[in-house]
Ligand binder design. Sequence first.
Ligand code: EPZ
Length: 419
Amino acid sequence: MSKFIIQGQTKLSGEITVKGAKNSALKIIPASILSSETISLKNLPHIEDIKKSLELLADLGAVIKEEDEQISISCRNLNTTDLNPNLANKFRASIMFVGPLLARFKQVSFPHPGGCVIGAGGRPIDLFIEGFQAFGADIKVEDGLYKLKAKKIKACQHFFPLISVTATETFIMTAILAEGTTTLYNCAMEPEIKALTDYLNKCGAKIRGAGTPTITITGVNQISAGEFTVIPDRIETGSFAIMAAITKSKLIINNCIPEHILALLTILKKIGINYQINNNSLTILPNKNFRAHDIKTHEYPGFPTDLQSPYTVLMTQANGKSLIHETIYNRRLLFVDMLSQMGADIVMCDPHRVVIHGPTPLIGKQLTSPDLRAGIAMIIAAMVAQGKTEIDNIYQIDRGYEKIDQRLSAIGVNIQRNS
Ligand code: EPZ
């Protein structure tokens, strides 16, 4: 199994460029199903989950052409609405195909989506089942597959009992071709949702309120297709900022949107990490030492759960005591056990809260990456640890960070990929 080998005590320098946002690209690919015209995508990150998403779309019969850094997709003639279980159960975002298929073809079958271990009980999809029923779909479960059929997609007033990013995106796309006007309440407000709706409106959809808790969609008969450039990945941006902070380095982070990580930047400033913003680049300035600060993860624009793991590692090197409260996922703090093995002073109060006393020296260890964000957090820990760290199961890291070893080597990290 491939692994990363990292020599610690790192100093970073130079510049790094942020890639396209995984959690935007994973929605625009299935969104291509909504139109019979050809969509062209730019700035897609070259990562495992995107490869899987394109494979799944091709399996449905889409025509996909890759030329230079641009991908064109035609879903004019799909030959099935059944998601291939062997492909769809490998990644959580396969769920994003269901809404568009139901909206355009009034039927779809799919397996329980795959996904990493951060959600207890295998990442529930109750919000999706309830939502599809609200839009008039009949749902059967046969041979381990969910089978949805709808005579027509009925516009509705739907309140999300939990704020869910992918559920918000799914039902925006389900409602676009419905008869009548849908109102979605208690929606997620992540920037990737606004990027998706801006594109769909350019193609003739009628969506209002993206980026706020209430979104209305007036159904249309069809939409066209056009060009979509994936926005910079705010979680990559924040991860690189934390790398610079913890190694007390100066680092220029290019092609980013700093306002998308204001929750993190506000805290970095408070704890003594200074930075400069210059249009779409963020420079983290070197620091001597920095203070501890509590965080509580929250839906956007609050502190993102996807930056909790890197921030937790940062706090092991901060002066003082910090409380990390992970409110979104049940298992996203389980990786702290590995930080303790490296020498961190962490007490788990309950599955959602840990208290960290810093700074403590970290010692390089053999680690396994349980999920994507814990994986990058281990790389960050290895960068400041004494000695060598080995991280296996790096497939989890490759899922979300393009060529991460090459890009980190270029800014001073001693990291080798051992296939
Ligand atoms: C999106 O996941 C992101 N993934 C996640 O990023 C991100 O952590 C999460 O939003 C929160 O910001 C993509 O966009 C592909 P949720 P999503 O539905 O939409 C519970 C990463 O590392 N829930 O907002 O799947 C769920 O268990 C990934 O890039 C239900 O209970 O997350 C969680 O506790 C990880 N029932 C909460 O809602 C459901 O049917 C929020 O999950 C669906 C979700």
